[in-house]
Design a protein around this ligand. Structure first.
Ligand SMILES: *[C@@H]1O[C@H](CO)[C@@H](O)[C@H](O)[C@H]1NC(C)=O
Ligand SMILES: *[C@@H]1O[C@H](CO)[C@@H](O)[C@H](O)[C@H]1NC(C)=O
Ligand SMILES: *[C@@H]1O[C@H](CO)[C@@H](O)[C@H](O)[C@H]1NC(C)=O
Ligand SMILES: *[C@@H]1O[C@H](CO)[C@@H](O)[C@H](O)[C@H]1NC(C)=O
Ligand SMILES: *[C@@H]1O[C@H](CO)[C@@H](O)[C@H](O)[C@H]1NC(C)=O
Ligand SMILES: *[C@@H]1O[C@H](CO)[C@@H](O)[C@H](O)[C@H]1NC(C)=O
Ligand SMILES: *[C@@H]1O[C@H](CO)[C@@H](O)[C@H](O)[C@H]1NC(C)=O
Ligand SMILES: *[C@@H]1O[C@H](CO)[C@@H](O)[C@H](O)[C@H]1NC(C)=O
Ligand SMILES: *[C@@H]1O[C@H](CO)[C@@H](O)[C@H](O)[C@H]1NC(C)=O
Ligand SMILES: *[C@@H]1O[C@H](CO)[C@@H](O)[C@H](O)[C@H]1NC(C)=O
Ligand SMILES: *[C@@H]1O[C@H](CO)[C@@H](O)[C@H](O)[C@H]1NC(C)=O
Length: 555
């Protein structure tokens, strides 16, 4: 069994240690120092401030969105006209796409949803919609997908499946293989060297660094596990610079301290985008430029004008978003001994090597908001400890898109909650997001019933629109994963490897979720949801759609 084999290797590895000598190496035959790509680098600080209060979206994001909106509008107008000539396209909504956590199952379901919407990759009735999306957010398993998509310059899902997932995912999370090489090529020694290099340069390292490097081998298309990919580096991808793709955002939550058991329902919601990292929440209320996110800053100023780059490694940020180890103290999150075993094995490597104490399960970043007057809740802390949103029941990365300044109108929410297996049974994540949005006065979040109501009314596996009759909220098109294909249920959220057949079946199922099993009326109903609050007139067929899909609280 692969897992046992992996644990054995990790146990052996725990006897290695990360030494300062690993930070650099000398290129053979020269005196040139090779900097390990995972290690931070000294950089000249930009002349503009690195940290800003969260009073607006950034100028760069604003520029991106303006250019993106023009392209998205053209794609949306073309799709709407194809669905029904009765739609007016003079005013068009900003569309966002969000994907939940849920391990490989979430990755593959997100891939399937996207494939159906991508005109390059599908002739489905909703093909072309991906081209109409302005923002795309993801968390945890969803983030596994979004970061591999972005790192490949937004390749098609067909290509990702064939050239990456079909080789890496059957090998599994613990077995970094080279994509396209259908045999196992463990690179643990390289991973240990990478983590050691980061640590030797004075940066905190934890279990999540090891995990993030493993994810790099799983998700990125290069022989070194994509160690060169950074979040800020996505800005140089040609499809990003041409605004051909939605603006990508990955989310994560903050913890109140370095202890792993203090994640609360009201935890701070952080977001990583190519330009900025930070939070809109009042306790943090600030953003830092992503490329410099772990520079040694005090009140937003670099100490002795020295900045650091390279700490926004994309695998590490993806690991941060999917750091479910924080849930290890809560049996609800850890339905099998498997995750405990994985965490324990990875932990033994790090604890032994790095000698860290209580914080080894959380992703640790130098706090860019240290000493910052905008950030009362975190300004005293030298480090930020981040984890998977799932640890506070936030498996849906909706938070960034209900910020009023982003002016998003409709969210397509691909959710891995489904009554196919044991994914957080009984806990409907969007209900928790609604409760937290209420507490934070984020009035763009539409009313969502409680988990108990979902279950009592058998709503858990039914596609629904939320916020239909609330003029000031976003409209949420909720697409829960349901098994159109029976074998799609073979994959559980905590599976650490998935066979090639099951990969295909979850992706195909994800296509079917997005088209509602190729339901002929679905494109019209989806278009009606998009245009309900924006279009001056709607085709008459919308009435039946709203009756069928709009959630109406029963009195
Ligand atoms: C936010 O920034 C945009 C563009 O940079 C600007 O047009 C807008 O007025 C700003 N809004 C606020 C509330 O400052
Ligand atoms: C927000 O989006 C709507 C379209 O849904 C648009 O009419 C409006 O101008 C936008 N507002 C801003 C400030 O961009
Ligand atoms: C879509 O249909 C066209 C024309 O039949 C075909 O050439 C193309 O391969 C199809 N694309 C996909 C992704 O199936
Ligand atoms: C991965 O790299 C291989 C070899 O260069 C290439 O053929 C393939 O198209 C790439 N896949 C993606 C998703 O970019
Ligand atoms: C990204 O760029 C390539 C090359 O220009 C293009 O073929 C592809 O369709 C683009 N992807 C998207 C999502 O637009
Ligand atoms: C969550 O609520 C508790 C109790 O009100 C408070 O002490 C804590 O600071 C809050 N956490 C965040 C991140 O707002
Ligand atoms: C960061 O700055 C503080 C204050 O000057 C200093 O004590 C600390 O050593 C610096 N840390 C790093 C990693 O440079
Ligand atoms: C965790 O926090 C506690 C209390 O703030 C502190 O005493 C301890 O040194 C911290 N542990 C690590 C590893 O930073
Ligand atoms: C899942 O489905 C079973 C049988 O169809 C039902 O008894 C159970 O209540 C459902 N659970 C949830 C959380 O919807
Ligand atoms: C999540 O659902 C379980 C039942 O499956 C329930 O016992 C638990 O209280 C719920 N958690 C929260 C935070 O509501
Ligand atoms: C619950 O809803 C699902 C899907 O909408 C349906 O297939 C199932 O029969 C319903 N179960 C009950 C008990 O109503």
């Amino acid at each position: 069994m692969r897992l046992a084999q992996g644990l054995l290797i990790l146990t052996l590895l725990s006897q290695c240690s990360f030494g300062p000598a690993l930070a650099t190496a000398v290129r053979p035959g020269t005196t040139e120092q090779l900097i390990n790509a995972y290690a931070p680098r000294d950089a000249t600080c930009p002349t503009v401030p690195l940290v800003r209060p969260a009073t607006n979206i950034s100028t760069l994001e604003n520029q991106y969105i303006n250019a993106r909106k023009t392209k998205a509008n053209a794609a949306l107008a073309a799709w709407l006209k194809k669905v029904n000539a009765g739609f007016s396209t003079s005013i068009l909504p900003v569309l966002g796409l969000t994907h939940s956590g849920g391990g490989y199952r979430a990755l593959l379901n997100a891939a399937g949803n996207m494939q159906a919407m991508d005109s390059r990759d599908s002739n489905s009735s909703i093909g072309g919609l991906y081209q109409a999306i302005t923002y795309q957010t993801a968390l945890s398993g969803g983030a596994w997908f979004l970061s591999s998509l972005a790192a490949s310059n937004w390749a098609t899902v067909s290509l990702l499946q064939k050239t990456i997932y079909d080789s890496t995912i059957p090998a599994g999370l613990l077995f970094p293989v080279e994509p396209n090489v259908f045999s196992i090529v463990p690179n643990y020694a390289q991973i240990v060297a990478d983590i050691g290099a980061k640590q030797a340069a004075g940066s905190p390292v934890t279990l999540v660094d090891v995990y993030g490097r493993l994810l790099g081998y799983n998700l990125f298309n290069s022989s070194d596990g994509g160690v060169d990919h950074t979040m800020s580096g996505l800005t140089s991808m040609s499809n990003f610079s041409s605004h051909s793709v939605p603006y990508p955002i990955l989310t994560s939550i903050g913890t109140d301290s370095n202890s792993t058991c203090t994640v609360s329902l009201n935890a701070t919601q952080f977001e990583f985008s190519p330009y900025e990292f930070g939070s809109w929440d009042s306790g943090t209320n600030a953003f830092v430029q992503t490329a410099y996110l772990s520079s040694n800053l005090t009140n937003g100023m670099a100490i002795s004008k020295k900045c650091t780059t390279g700490l926004d490694n994309l695998g590490f940020i993806t690991g941060t978003s999917s750091d479910f180890f924080a849930g290890a103290c809560d049996s609800q999150f850890v339905p099998t001994g498997m995750l405990n075993a994985l965490a324990a094995a990875l932990q033994s490597v790090v604890v032994k090597a790095a000698g860290t104490g209580g914080d080894e399960l959380l992703a640790t970043y130098r706090n860019p908001f240290y000493g910052s007057s905008h950030s009362p809740l975190v300004s005293h802390s030298e480090d930020l400890y981040l984890a998977d949103g799932g640890a506070s029941f936030q498996i849906q990365p909706i938070w960034p898109l209900i910020q009023p300044l982003r002016n998003v109108s409709v969210l397509i929410v691909g959710d891995c909650y489904g009554n196919t297996s044991s994914y957080y049974p009984g806990n409907i994540s969007i209900s928790y997001t609604y409760a937290q949005a209420q507490a934070n006065n984020l009035v763009k979040m539409p009313f969502i019933p409680t988990s108990a109501v979902f279950i009592a009314q058998n709503l858990t596996s039914r596609t629904q629109f939320f916020g239909c009759d609330e003029p000031d909220t976003v409209t949420i098109v909720w697409l829960p994963l349901v098994p159109y294909i029976k074998t799609a249920s073979n994959v559980d959220w905590y599976d650490l490897q998935v066979s090639e057949d099951d990969i295909a079946s979850v992706i195909t199922n994800g296509n079917l979720v997005a088209t509602q099993g190729n339901d002929e009326e679905w494109p019209l109903c989806l278009a009606c949801a998009f245009m309900k609050k924006t279009g001056p007139i709607l085709p008459s067929g919308c009435v039946a759609c709203f009756t069928k899909y709009c959630y109406a609280p029963t009195a």
